[in-house]
Design a protein around this ligand. Structure first.
Ligand SMILES: NC(=O)C1=CN([C@@H]2O[C@H](COP(=O)(O)OP(=O)(O)OC[C@H]3O[C@@H](n4cnc5c(N)ncnc54)[C@H](O)[C@@H]3O)[C@@H](O)[C@H]2O)[C@@H](O)CC1
Ligand SMILES: Nc1ncnc2c1ncn2[C@@H]1O[C@H](COP(=O)(O)OP(=O)(O)O)[C@@H](O)[C@H]1O
Ligand SMILES: [K+]
Length: 514
């Protein structure tokens, strides 16, 4: 599903109104009707409903919602925040109708009315927030800021219209403060800012409604941002065919694990199998290879020595032979932050001609020498968390956190690689500028080894024939949905990486409706 920024939504509205000829007032009516139908059940127990309206079209939606509710015998008060003489266009039409119908309308224009505003808001049980929508364009101050703080303190259920007032629809940043909604009803398409943190914290339950905008208005918008949803996932999952054998589903090479972190090789290899790989070969330091043989008996294990500071010629030969065997490679989980890791990575990148996933210590090796990427034969997916990204591009973590999409896109374009920037809202960016935002997962997944599982899932999908971008997007989806299933069972506190692995098969099975 497409996700849009405010200028893209404005263009969709403009085209629909000006080129197709559906009047703006019709869209506003549809928008208001859709909000009422999504929320009327919530009003059953309610005595007092307040609609806080700004003076733009978001406020216009609010006036129309007020009228529809009032016609359905709901007791409604409208409070206009701002100068009502500046209301114009479609919003003015709905404002005038509300006045004609003698709906209870108040104004919060200056400090003299603040007590009245507080009393009305504190006395209600449901608040519709129609102060700002996609038109919010600067820091919120003065009476608007006061109003938002009062709305947030009220003991009422808060419903945001289109977007919580205060969230920047383009990047999820909070412009001063924002209404903290229990539910947000957004129109036509999700806005980027609803999905990214910190904005996502203010959204509550998100519903996207149809307001009668034709597909053609949406299709012509060249949005670069998408989300994977449950309906779409099944079309990405690789097919299984009756007449097949283990070689049909990918020969996956996992280069991971050292004496300190042998478990990383176990988690990555097992995840690759659980996602459907036909054959997994694990290349691991000799002294700890038995961990893999014991924990993943299905894996074929090849060993090498880390006794020296360089990889031996014999081990290098062995590695080159495996590069000829493999369909895809995951390199880096628990591999050690040393020269041997750098050497192995360099051998892989400059000799292998398919797609690889570089994670963890593989990324740390790249951070020290990004030139390795320039001499490559293979396509590369990298999966940094924010700390690894910070080391890789030498930016402050805070700056990366506030600009996840921009940073991932830049890296993808500069190095022509697929980037999976992992966080509570993982961003997947492709060299062609396309971006996918993952909206699933939970904080229980912030646990050691969780990233190793993701690497195993992605490499498995590559082995089964998906291209880099699809494997990364679907991989992140399966990982986070498996994390959510694990949370349903165990809660967030006790969730460990192994629980995510156990749930991979069930996510794939239910996506396919098997
Ligand atoms: N015809 C359309 O384009 C439709 C628009 N719709 C609604 O219209 C909304 C967009 O409407 P608008 O573009 O009028 O924008 P908004 O209603 O979101 O806000 C714009 C107004 O707020 C002011 N403003 C912006 N930031 C401010 C700040 N920090 N402090 C004080 N004032 C500030 C602007 O100067 C302007 O007057 C959508 O979110 C949606 O709710 C829907 O009715 C569907 C149809
Ligand atoms: N709060 C969260 N909500 C959703 N997903 C999360 C959250 N915290 C972490 N994750 C996910 O868990 C994984 C953690 O990966 P990583 O930090 O590499 O772990 P490790 O290095 O221990 O394997 C990432 O896929 C990340 O997106
Ligand atoms: K709003």
């Amino acid at each position: 599903m497409k996700v849009v920024k405010s200028y893209e939504m404005k263009e969709i509205d403009r085209y629909t109104i000006e080129e197709i000829g559906i009047p703006g007032i019709v869209l506003m009516e549809n928008a208001a009707m859709s909000v009422v139908s999504e929320t009327i059940q919530l009003l059953k127990e309610s005595n007092n409903v307040v609609i806080c309206c700004g003076i733009g079209n978001n406020g216009g939606d609010g006036f129309a919602i007020g009228r529809i509710l009032s016609c359905n015998n709901v007791k409604v008060s409208i409070i206009i925040i701002g100068d009502s003489s500046k209301i114009k266009g479609d919003a003015k039409i709905n404002y005038d109708i509300a006045r004609q119908l003698n709906i209870d309308i108040h104004e919060f224009y200056d400090d003299k009315q603040i007590d009245e505003f507080k009393n009305i808001v504190n006395d209600c049980d449901v608040i519709y927030d129609a102060i700002f929508g996609t038109g919010l364009c600067r820091e919120i101050t003065g009476k608007y800021l006061e109003a938002i703080k009062i709305i947030n303190r009220a003991n009422a259920y808060r419903i945001a219209i289109d977007i919580p007032s205060g969230v920047n629809s383009d990047d999820g940043q909070i412009l001063g403060d924002s209404v903290c909604a229990d539910k947000t009803v957004t129109f036509c398409l999700p806005k980027v800012g609803l999905l990214l943190y910190p904005g996502a914290n203010y959204v509550g339950d998100l519903v996207v409604t149809d307001i009668g905008i034709p597909n053609i208005s949406v299709e012509r918008i060249n949005s670069h941002t998408t989300i994977m949803d449950d309906n779409l996932a099944r079309y990405f999952i690789p097919n299984r065919v009756k007449m097949s054998h283990k070689g049909s589903y990918g020969k996956v090479l996992v280069i991971a694990g050292t004496s300190k972190m042998s478990g990383a090789a176990v988690l990555t290899s097992l995840s690759a199998y659980r996602t459907g790989a036909g054959l997994v070969k694990t290349f691991i330091e000799e002294s700890v290879s038995s961990v893999v043989t014991t924990k993943v008996p299905e894996a074929v294990v090849e060993t090498y020595s880390r006794a020296d500071i360089n990889i031996s010629n014999e081990d290098k030969e062995k590695l080159l032979e495996m590069l000829g065997w493999a369909d895809t490679i995951a390199i880096g989980p628990g591999l050690g932050n040393d020269n041997i890791t750098r050497e192995i990575l360099e051998i892989v990148i400059s000799n292998f001609n398919k797609t690889i996933v570089v994670d963890a210590d593989g990324i740390n090796a790249l951070s020290k020498d990004k030139e390795i990427l320039n001499n490559r034969k293979c396509e590369v997916i990298i999966t940094p968390h924010l700390g690894e990204m910070s080391r890789l591009i030498d930016y402050d973590i805070g700056e990366i956190t506030n600009n996840t999409i921009k940073v991932a896109v830049e890296l993808s374009k500069n190095y022509k690689i697929t980037c999976v920037l992992k966080s509570a809202r993982t961003i997947i960016s492709s060299p062609n500028g396309m971006v996918n935002i993952n909206i699933y997962g939970n904080s229980g997944m912030a646990t050691a080894g969780s990233g190793d599982v993701l690497t195993g899932i992605i490499v498995s999908l590559l082995g089964q024939g998906l291209n880099a971008s699809d494997a990364a997007i679907l991989g992140v989806y399966i990982h986070s949905k498996a994390g959510d299933k694990a949370k349903d069972d165990k809660g967030e506190h006790g969730l460990i990486a192994n629980d995510i692995i156990c749930n991979i098969p069930y996510v794939i099975k239910s996506s396919l409706n098997e």
